[in-house]
Design a protein around this ligand. Structure first.
Ligand code: QV4
Ligand code: CA
Length: 512
């Protein structure tokens, strides 16, 4: 009996590692700060047709509204309650988006901010996205309701009440993260309120959660909350499906709290992935691309089945969170396309692609003075919608990395090679490497300062393939370079280090 319970619990939590993506889709996109109406349209017109598996959305619940700085993006990480009106739209628009995305096989994952409410200095009034009154000073959030006894003020032992030392796990869990009022998640009442909020979203049709700030919550409290979540709705998912859980824990080593404490509960964001990949592509610290022959667990990353991999996220692209300078972002578009291409070609992890907005980056002594700037907005602070240009790029300050041809085509590549092993590795002992995915796909990178000109075993069936980086297959013609693979699987590759995109990728469905 004991064994049975153990097996059942283990099975249950492993189930929370499954993103439940449909039709063999393998990548998620974070549509950071997009409005619900735009996401619904994007699912139908772009994400579904191009094989994206899901969208991570910005926090949908009621949040503080700030004037100084003016409407920062991070106001959405300061909850006021669990009503579903936010900067991205109303509850009606949220529900409409969830059904429309599900109807085209694109899952929705909610960014769940459950560690805290707004900052201690958040004031008193109705400056919140649904207009609910609150008082941060007296810890009063009547729309939930939460009162002072639902917070950890009495439990935290630091002088300021804030986290002062990341070397002390108790502070990190029981004190305030940058002044944010810390919820007492060991209380059954608080757990119930949080669980009701998450279950409401599951019942509406979401497929899971990116759980914010997990380092700041006790794994035992999270286990109870996750255990009380409903199964996914059978309107769109097989009976008995558990919500996908991926937990934000920044573990670059050197702190007592590690990602290992969370991997049995769900997946965990692997922050070493982007930090290292950026270092490699920038060739810092003597790193070379050929060292990535053992990329993945061989680099000290968490087990493949536990990880969410990404090149950059909404924090570290602007110096927040683990914002090391090595992170590559859309600001370095040439390196960025290569790094995202590498991630999507490689079998490690569930992969997440970032989709950003432009801001007036202004770096002084290594710090971006405008790291707070919110999404493209109208004068009254409401978020602009995302216009699509005739060439399929986005306008009005929306970057839409996920629509860049090279990135979109690599999302398709990942689907085509899904389940195939990492194979046919080649390198020049420097920054030129190539690898395949069984007999379904092959990719070659030249990040050296000289040309690449080699004949390689691709492992692919003979034929003419269209390179999906310089172009793509349209009907039966190729808008980019063509690669001829001999009947023995070998092919010639030439990549100039001055090419706009010094990498080439072919796959089974790009065969002409
Ligand atoms: C300020 C002072 C504090 C003071 C407080 C008093 O800095 O010292 O105690 O006032 O009220 C914003 C401001 C921050 C301000 C705070 C509270 O930037 O200066 O504190 O609000 O008013 C995002 C932003 C934060 C922002 C927060 C809330 O990144 O800058 O804080 O939203 O609006 C760690 C964590 C990790 C976290 C990462 C950023 O381990 O979990 O830091 N990442 C997630 C999200 C991130 C979000 C949060 C967690 C919080 O990805 O976007 O922070 O929900 O590494
Ligand atoms: Ca906490």
């Amino acid at each position: 009996m004991k064994l049975f319970i153990l097996v059942a619990l283990f099975g249950l939590s492993l189930a929370q590692h499954n993103p439940h993506t449909k039709h063999g889709r393998t990548a998620i996109v974070h549509l950071f700060e997009w409005r619900w109406a735009d996401i619904a349209a994007e699912c139908e017109r772009f994400l579904g047709p191009n094989g994206f598996g899901g969208v991570q959305i910005s926090p949908p619940n009621e949040h503080i509204v700030l004037n100084s700085p003016w409407r920062p993006w991070w106001q959405r990480y300061q909850p006021i309650g669990y009503n579903l009106c936010s900067r991205s739209g109303s509850e009606g628009e949220l529900r409409d988006m969830i059904s429309r995305c599900n109807n085209v096989g694109v899952n929705i994952y909610v960014d769940a901010v459950i560690n805290h409410m707004c900052g201690a200095g958040g004031g008193e009034g109705t400056h919140s996205s649904c207009g609910s009154w609150f008082n941060a000073g007296s810890r009063d959030f009547p729309s939930v309701p939460f009162t002072h006894s639902d917070f950890n003020d009495h439990k935290c032992r630091t002088g300021s009440g804030d986290i002062e030392n990341y070397g002390d796990a108790h502070q990190v869990r029981d004190c305030r993260l940058v002044g944010l009022l810390d919820l007492a998640l060991e209380k059954d009442y608080v757990r119930a309120k949080v669980t009701d909020f998450l279950n409401k979203l599951i019942d509406v049709g979401v497929a899971g959660f990116r759980v914010d700030a997990c380092k700041h919550m006790w794994p035992g409290d999270l286990a109870v909350i996750y255990g009380r979540l409903h199964n996914l709705t059978t309107n769109w998912f097989p009976g008995g499906s558990r919500p996908f859980i991926f937990q934000e824990v920044i573990d670059l080593g050197g702190e007592p709290i590690t990602s290992r404490e969370y991997v049995h509960l769900g997946r965990v964001t692997e922050f070493k992935y982007g930090a290292k990949l950026g270092t490699v592509f920038k060739k810092w610290n003597g790193e070379k691309l050929f060292y990535t022959k053992t990329w993945g667990e061989g680099w000290g990353f968490m087990p493949n089945g536990s990880a969410v991999a990404f090149v950059d996220n909404h924090d570290n692209q602007r110096g927040h969170g683990a914002g090391g300078a090595s992170i590559v972002t859309f600001w370095d578009s040439r390196l960025y396309k290569m790094a995202v291409g590498y991630m999507l070609a490689h079998p490690y992890g569930v992969t997440r692609v970032m989709s950003s907005f432009h801001w007036n980056r202004h770096i002084v002594n290594g710090k971006d003075q405008n790291d707070w700037m919110g999404p493209p907005s109208h004068g009254n602070g409401s978020t602009k919608s995302v216009p699509i240009n005739p060439d399929q790029t986005c306008g009005d300050g929306w970057v839409c990395e996920h629509r860049w041809r090279q990135i979109k085509n690599m999302v398709i590549f990942r689907n085509v090679v899904n389940g195939q092993p990492h194979s046919n590795w080649w390198d020049n002992q420097s920054n030129q490497v190539a690898f395949g995915r069984g007999n379904r796909g092959f990719i070659v990178f030249n990040n050296d300062d000289w040309d690449l000109d080699v004949t390689l075993n691709t492992g692919m069936p003979g034929g003419t393939y269209c390179d999906v980086i310089s172009g793509q297959k349209e009907g039966n013609r190729c808008t980019g370079e063509q690669i001829n693979v001999g009947t023995d699987g070998w092919a010639d590759f030439k990549i100039s280090n001055r090419d706009e995109d010094p990498f080439v990728a072919i796959h089974a469905e790009s065969k002409l």
